[in-house]
Design a binder for this molecule. Structure first.
Ligand code: PHE
Length: 347
């Protein structure tokens, strides 16, 4: 005769300790398999005495029902842990996990931060200036005459003339970061040294080197006896730190209404390993602050002969896209704005 209470207990224990697909399968075979315990008990019915038969039949049935129910429950629990059927997909806890893709800063933000960092280490303070400007700050205050071509409606993005925010002034999207100079000087007395990074807008048709929106970093330093040699030294040091010690540069005379004298700085293409066709590449505009700009900003009139001990200033402005294109060998400005991850993740 079978000891049913003990068999049922054993079955419960076996299934409770089965914790993976193969031990569950072993339990199933032990009890329900062709050579398992349940068929064996049923087989024993033929040789059992008539009084024992009902007990044996009921015991075998109870065992089958119990084992079937527990198997189903366990299989479901294991499936929830491992995903899918436990037999088909055993969980391998040693596999590396699937991490979420983390983004990073855009190459232009990185370049702009890097430029600002170099100047911050030299004592400059980073300030922000708005992208919507008055016509005065963008042009008049910078000594850009009323008939200058860049004031033309087709050369500059003017905002609606009847915009109530304009209050009779003409508002526009700044065409360079230089109006930040006017704002800083209106709010702060010298000495000062600031860096003004940000977006600028010009209605250029887009191509490999033009975009209607791009980024500039402006610099302004006003102190007593600032000389052109200070400007040269400052920008030379900047280029060495940004492009590396082997960089060669030249200052080429130029004209800007807001600086006098003015220059453009070129760097030699040598360091870019033959990727560029021209021998020299322009990277920035600069000069000594024109006394007319000091005047417009409300600084004590510094025009006339420059005496020792007087406040003078230097200013420069560079295109961030230009710097990034040179540094990383990027050939098309449009790549910066298309947000193609295959491009962006290289930097
Ligand atoms: N604002 C000038 C430009 O956009 C650059 C510049 C800035 C030149 C400051 C001189 C001094 O071209």
């Amino acid at each position: 005769m079978w000891n049913f209470p003990q068999i049922l207990d054993q079955a419960r224990n076996d299934l409770a300790s089965a914790d993976d697909a193969s031990s569950l399968e072993a339990c199933r075979l032990k009890y329900l398999g062709k050579k398992g315990l349940v068929p064996a008990i049923f087989d024993s019915l033929s040789s059992a005495s008539p009084e024992d038969k009902p007990t044996i039949g009921k015991g075998a049935n109870d065992l089958r029902v119990l084992v079937t129910a527990l198997l189903k429950e366990k299989t479901k629990a294991l499936g929830a842990l491992g995903g899918g059927t436990p037999c088909a997909r055993p969980v391998d806890l040693t596999m590396p996990g699937v991490g979420p893709a983390l983004g990073h800063r855009h190459v232009l933000t990185q370049t702009m931060t890097e430029i600002c960092d170099v100047f911050e280490r030299m004592g400059f303070v980073v300030v922000e200036s708005p992208e919507i400007e008055t016509e005065f700050n963008n042009f008049t205050g910078l000594n850009i005459p009323i008939d200058h071509p860049s004031r033309d409606a087709f050369d500059t993005f003017y905002l609606e003339a009847n915009d109530p925010a304009a209050k009779g002034r003409n508002l526009l999207l700044r065409s360079h970061t230089s109006p930040g100079q006017v704002r800083v000087m209106r709010d702060h007395q010298p000495p000062l040294a600031v860096i003004i990074p940000g977006r600028v807008y010009r209605p250029d048709a887009g191509d490999a080197s033009h975009s209607f929106m791009f980024h500039q970093v402006e610099g302004l330093l006003v102190d007593k006896d600032v000389k052109f040699s200070d400007l040269k030294g400052l920008l030379s040091e900047f280029c060495r730190r940004f492009f590396g010690p082997q960089v060669k540069m030249r200052f080429r005379p130029h004209f800007f209404p807001f600086t006098e004298p003015s220059a453009e700085v070129d760097i030699s293409a040598d360091i870019f390993k033959g990727t560029l066709r021209k021998p020299w590449l322009e990277i920035l505009g600069c000069g000594m602050v024109n006394p007319k700009v000091f005047e417009a900003a409300g600084y004590p009139c510094l025009s006339g002969r420059q005496a020792a001990g007087q406040y003078t200033g230097l200013a420069f402005g560079m295109g961030v896209e230009r710097m990034a294109m040179l540094k990383y060998g990027i050939k098309d400005i449009r790549l910066f704005y298309e947000n193609d991850v295959r491009f962006l993740k290289q930097f």
